[in-house]
Each structure stands twice: as C-alpha cells, then as structure tokens.
Design a protein around this ligand. Structure first.
Ligand SMILES: O=C(O)c1cccc(C(=O)CC[C@H]2O[C@@H](n3cnc4c(=O)[nH]cnc43)[C@H](O)[C@@H]2O)c1
Length: 207
C-alpha cells in the first residue's frame, strides 16, 4: 500500500521534488509514495483524482498553501485541516444562503481520517472556487461557517477519499490572510518552505 501525495501546483512542492529527486512531471510514481499535481481548484482536483485514485493507496496526503481568516495565526503556520466545507455549494434566497444539505441534494461537509497522530494544530477549512476578497463575503463566511482557513481544493480531496474509503490528511501552510486582495502581503515563499520541510519529514518518517 502506498501514500498518494496531492497538491494543486508544482510550485507548492518545490523543495519536496528536490529532496526526493523527483522528475518534473504531474504524476510521479516512486517506491514509497506517488505524487499527483492536480491543477488549481476543486474541478481539476476531482478530475485528477478520478483518474489516479485507487485502492492501491491507503492514504492521500493533500498539501498546499491556504488563506487564514484568523489574524492570530502567523503566516507560515502549518495546520492539520481536519474538516472542510464546500462553502459556495447551495443556493441564495435573497440574503439567505441555503446549503446543498438544506436543499436536500447532498453533503457539503467532509472530514479527514487521520490514520496516525500528526503533531500539528488542527483547524477547520472551507473550499471555494473564488478566493474571498471582500469584507462582506468574509463576514458572511465567518458567521455561517466560522472557518480558520480557505483553500480551493481541500474538500474535493476529502470527498474523493470518502467515495473510495481511503484515509486522508490535509496539511496547509498559511500564505496569506483572507482580505481584499493584496498579493504584496502574501508570504508564499515562507509558507511553501515550512510546508515542504514538514512533508519531507513526514514522508521520510513513514518509510
Ligand atoms: O505566486 C506565486 O508565486 C505562487 C506560488 C505557488 C502557489 C501559488 C498559488 O497561488 C497557489 C494557489 C493555491 O493556493 C491556495 N490558496 C492560497 N491562499 C488562498 C486563499 O486565500 N484563498 C483560497 N485559496 C488559497 C489555493 O488552494 C490554491 O490552489 C502562487
């Protein structure tokens, strides 16, 4: 049985590729783990996992950077996202939001199934198609879902793993605060370095 490491972009796993001397490919098979780069967003993620996820894996490790709703969280902090919600899936009814659950069409909330203790703080994430960038949306999301982080893939990975009954883990490194867009404030380099250090150590210890 193998671990499948999943990330949206190669850039998020730069040092991981270097450390394990991996070829510059979107799907890499190695002795102890495979690695899949899905592309950004839940549709690309679901499609890539639909092609590659199978019972030969006993763990999917989703790695990536994320935005934080909490200013108490320093940029570069690494978190174990144990629950994640498709935040936009549903219907608007005037000012009210009806989730897919409210509509009776399914489930918007998914959890990881951490197979072993991970020594990181746990947090609640949401998954969005559109990066949140207005005070109004931030207020709405906090009052409706009270998330700590936001990504564009997390819940899709949990969803795919649930379908095939495969354990999942989502580790995110905070690159920015959720705020009106200002890329100058993002610390992508720091977030990626911390994420990669953690992932190299985790995969190294597993094998
Ligand atoms: O500009 C760069 O140098 C750069 C390098 C690596 C990755 C990126 C990305 O923008 C990755 C997109 C990825 O990041 C996640 N993310 C990060 N912050 C947020 C956010 O505030 N809201 C939602 N998603 C966020 C997301 O999962 C994307 O897949 C840029």
């Amino acid at each position: 049985m193998k671990t499948l490491v999943v990330a949206a972009t190669k850039a998020e796993l730069t040092f991981f590729y270097q450390h394990f001397n991996l070829p510059d490919s979107d799907f890499v098979e190695s002795k102890n783990f495979d690695l899949l780069i899905t592309g950004v967003g839940m549709v690309a993620t679901a499609f890539a996992l639909g092609k590659h996820l199978s019972s030969k894996y006993n763990l999917v490790l989703n790695l990536g950077i994320a935005g934080s709703f909490s200013r108490d969280m320093a940029l570069g902090t690494i978190l174990n996202i144990t629950e994640d919600t498709f935040a936009e899936m549903g219907a608007e009814n005037g000012t009210e939001f009806l989730s897919i659950n409210d509509l009776g069409f399914g489930e918007n909330h998914y959890t990881s199934t951490t197979p072993k203790n991970v020594d990181l703080p746990i947090a609640k994430g949401i998954t969005v198609n559109c990066v949140t960038g207005s005070e109004k949306s931030i207020k709405n999301l906090i009052s409706r879902l009270n998330p700590t982080t936001e990504s564009m893939e997390g819940a899709a990975v949990f969803y795919a793993c649930k379908q095939l009954n495969i354990a999942s883990l989502q580790i995110r490194s905070i690159s920015n605060y959720v705020e009106p867009r200002n890329k100058d404030n993002w610390k992508i380099g720091l977030a990626i370095k911390n994420l990669n250090d953690w992932a190299i150590n985790f995969i190294g210890e597993m094998n």
